[in-house]
Every structure is written in C-alpha cells, then in structure tokens.
Design a protein around this ligand. Structure first.
Ligand SMILES: Cc1cc2nc3c(=O)[nH]c(=O)nc-3n(C[C@H](O)[C@H](O)[C@H](O)COP(=O)(O)OP(=O)(O)OC[C@H]3O[C@@H](n4cnc5c(N)ncnc54)[C@H](O)[C@@H]3O)c2cc1C
Length: 394
C-alpha cells in the first residue's frame, strides 16, 4: 500500500473465517439452497405435525448426513468444519425442531458409534443412518436425573450371554421415530463413574415402550419422547464401547453435541438479526425508519457484537477440537455464551418488531421459543458454569 493511500472501512468485504475453504463455501451454498427450497416451505406445517421422516432420506441422498463421516460407511469424509457448516445453514429451514432432530442423528448418536462401536455395529447402524434409512436417538436423561448424569437409575444386568435393561428415559429427541437408541445405563451401581455402560438398543426390541409424546414450549417440529425399558433383553454384542466406561464415553459425546449446538445457536441468532434488520429498514414510525432511531441502531450494534463474539469463540474452539484437542473448558464457554446471546438476540428482535414480533406470522417469536432450549439442553447454563469454574480447580 502506498503511504498516501486512504484506508476506508469496507463493511461489505468477504468475511470468511480462516477455518473455512472454498469447498466449505460451496457446501454452504448447496445446504442453504436445499433448506430454503425443500424445507422452509413446510416449516409452518411441521410445527403442527413434526417434520416427516423423508427429510432424513432426502438428506441422506444428498450426502448431508455424513459430511464429516468416513467414506467407508457412506460418508463424505469431510473435516469437522463441514458439520459446522451443516448446523449453520440448516437454520434457513426456519425450523429449530428439524435442526435439532438432524443434529441428534449426525452429532449426538452417530459419533459414539463411530468412536467406540464395533465394525458390526457401524455396519448395522451408521451405514443406514448416513443413508437416511435408519433414524437414531440418544438416551441420557431420566425423569429423576438430568444434569446429574451420575444419578441415572436405568440398569443393565448381565444374564448369561445377554443383558436385561430396565428403566426410563425422558425428553428423548427422535424418540418416537427412531430405529435405535444409544442408551446410557448403569451396569455396576457401586462402581461410581466406572459403573456405566452404553448400549445400542433397537427400538423394536420387546419391552421398549414409547410411552408419551411430550408437548413443549418450542422446537415443535421435533418429537420428544418419554420411553420405558421393561426387561429389555439384548445380546452382549449390543454393548457400545467398554463395559464400565459409559460415563466417560458419554461425557466425550456431550462435547461435540455442545459445540455443534453452539454453532447452530449463533447461526440462528444471525438469521433473526438479518430478518429484523430488514424489518427495521421497512417499518416507519414518527416519519422515519425505526432502524434510524439511535436507540434501535445501538440495539443492532449490541446484537452484532454479541453474535460476533460468540461466533469467534465457537470457531476458535472448533479449530482446537478439529486439531484433536479436548477443550472441555472452551466448549463449555462456547455453549454457555452462544446460548445466552442467542436468546438475548431473539428477545431483542421481538422487541424491535413491536407487536409484529409477538405474532406468529413473522416467525420471530418461534426463534425465541426454539432457542430457549439451548440454555437447558445438553447441559444447562448452570452446569456449564460449574464445569468452567471447576476447571480452575475450584
Ligand atoms: C426439548 C428437549 C429435548 C431434549 N433432548 C434430549 C435427548 O435427545 N436426549 C437426552 O438424553 N436428553 C434430552 N434432553 C434433556 C436435557 O439435556 C435436560 O433437560 C438437561 O440436561 C437438564 O436436565 P433436567 O431437565 O433434568 O434438569 P435438572 O437437572 O433437574 O435441573 C433443574 C435446575 O437445577 C439446576 N441445577 C442442577 N444441578 C445443578 C448444579 N450442580 N449446580 C447448579 N444448578 C444445578 C439446573 O441448571 C436447572 O436450572 C432434552 C430436553 C429438552 C427440553
């Protein structure tokens, strides 16, 4: 640059983060186009009916359920960032419930099977799950134990070559439609953290009861189940990972789930921000665009700053995760911060819309209702704070 050149801010400049390549951007465009064209038109209807199973099949056909999964199981063999792209671009389906149902498949249930499963288990469940032919769910939470995972009561008792499972799980996303569940049980209640074991249980096994469809504040397009396991007999081959190591396996799983949830929360906040920015240039009051009031301008500035800070935290943490680190503290920070700011942004966007923000027609209230889950699911704000605090030896 010459000494007399004048530097002017270029707010329209490309702002691609260094973790993403041209391939990621091409993928971003195709997922966004798919979400806008094939999913978003049904978003309203799916709030009433939950999204249909063909979404999994279609996404399987397009390769979107295995972006970062090994090619030998039908995946695309992409890097971790490709799953971030999926989480980010699916917000254009305008359906938090759909995004969550898909994330349970790709980033909650599949990773532990790929990481700890046998070749047979991968062939039986991961291959059809990537193709969209099998739907998976994950069962940690129970009526009497959510945050306190160590307090679960579901028991798996060895009986000859089999295990017999008894207990219940609640708030299970995809629980009504799933073909298999990654189930957290206790095999040795006296062994503390070393007494847990994961199982891969077919949902049509005798004794698996889909007890109730649970009604909820948001995420209406997803199905949420209360499940009972009544003397469910499974062979020893249904054990996922090591007997007695289930607690550590599921804590590992939760890290990926939290990070992908954080990425989705930031993207949803950005989308509702963009929608509201547009509204603020169209709506007038007292003879001017509402966005031109200084108070509104500053609201956008505050929101944009929050979104950007959360995004950078998610990306830098994702980079460490993809490099093979195990950044539990940073993932907890990213999950906490992204969830909080996303809810704050959605709330402010309702405010900027005025009465329209309260109306279903604009969809802003739905974003708030859907995002409100992020401060609870996969570990509450309070649990994230505790993990972060404890990481300093407190
Ligand atoms: C729509 C939806 C979908 C879900 N999907 C799934 C799923 O697919 N699979 C699954 O396994 N689970 C799922 N969950 C469960 C979710 O992960 C739990 O709800 C969450 O972990 C909190 O557990 P809890 O509801 O039992 O709350 P509790 O653990 O009872 O917590 C109640 C309150 O106490 C606070 N608290 C608890 N312990 C502490 C502590 N040590 N310090 C400070 N405060 C504390 C919490 O932060 C919270 O504010 C889902 C939940 C919802 C709502």
């Amino acid at each position: 640059m010459s000494a007399d050149a004048v530097l002017k801010p270029d707010f329209a400049a490309r702002r691609r983060h260094f973790i993403f390549t041209d391939e990621h951007e091409a993928l971003r465009e195709s997922i966004r186009a798919f979400a806008i064209k094939e999913l978003a038109p049904h978003a309203e209807e799916w709030e009433e009916t939950t999204f249909p199973d063909w979404v999994f099949k279609r996404m399987g056909e397009l390769g979107f359920l295995g972006l970062d999964k090994p090619e030998e199981y039908g995946g695309q063999g992409g890097d971790y960032y490709s799953s971030l792209v999926l989480a980010e671009e699916l917000v254009h389906a305008h359906s938090g419930g759909l995004t969550m149902g898909v994330a349970v498949q790709t980033d909650m249930a599949m990773p532990p099977i790929l990481a700890f499963g046998t070749e047979e288990q991968k062939q039986q469940w991961v291959v059809p799950a990537i193709a969209g032919d099998a739907i998976l769910c994950l069962g940690i939470t129970e009526p009497d134990a959510g945050s306190d995972v160590a307090g679960i009561k579901t028991r798996a008792v060895r009986d000859g070559d089999d295990y017999v499972i008894t207990g219940s799980k609640t708030y299970i996303t995809n629980g009504h439609r799933a073909h298999a569940i990654v189930l957290v049980t206790k095999t040795d209640p006296d062994a503390g953290y070393d007494g847990f074991t994961l199982f891969l249980v077919p949902m049509d096994a005798p004794g698996v009861v889909r007890e109730k469809k649970l009604a909820k504040l948001g995420m209406h397009a997803s199905d949420t189940a209360l499940l009972a396991f009544q003397d469910v007999r499974v062979p020893a081959g249904a054990v996922l990972g090591q007997v007695g190591k289930g607690f550590y396996h599921i804590m590992w799983e939760l890290q990926g789930e939290r990070l992908i949830g954080a990425a989705g929360a930031v993207a949803a906040a950005q989308r509702v921000f963009d929608q509201t920015l547009q509204y603020a240039t169209e709506r007038t009051a007292f003879g001017r665009q509402i966005g031109k009031f200084q108070v509104t301008r500053h609201k956008f500035a505050e929101m944009a700053t929050k979104i950007e800070s959360a995004r950078q935290l998610v990306y830098s943490t994702a980079w460490r995760f993809a490099e093979g680190h195990y950044p539990v503290r940073e993932i907890s920070m990213a999950k906490l911060h992204a969830s909080r700011i996303a809810v704050e942004v959605a709330d402010e966007c309702i405010q900027i819309h005025g009465g329209a923000g309260y109306m279903k027609e604009y969809g802003v209230e739905r974003v708030w209702r859907d995002l409100r889950l992020n401060r609870i699911g996969a570990g509450t704000d309070e649990i994230m704070l505790d993990v972060i605090g404890r990481s300093y030896g407190l």
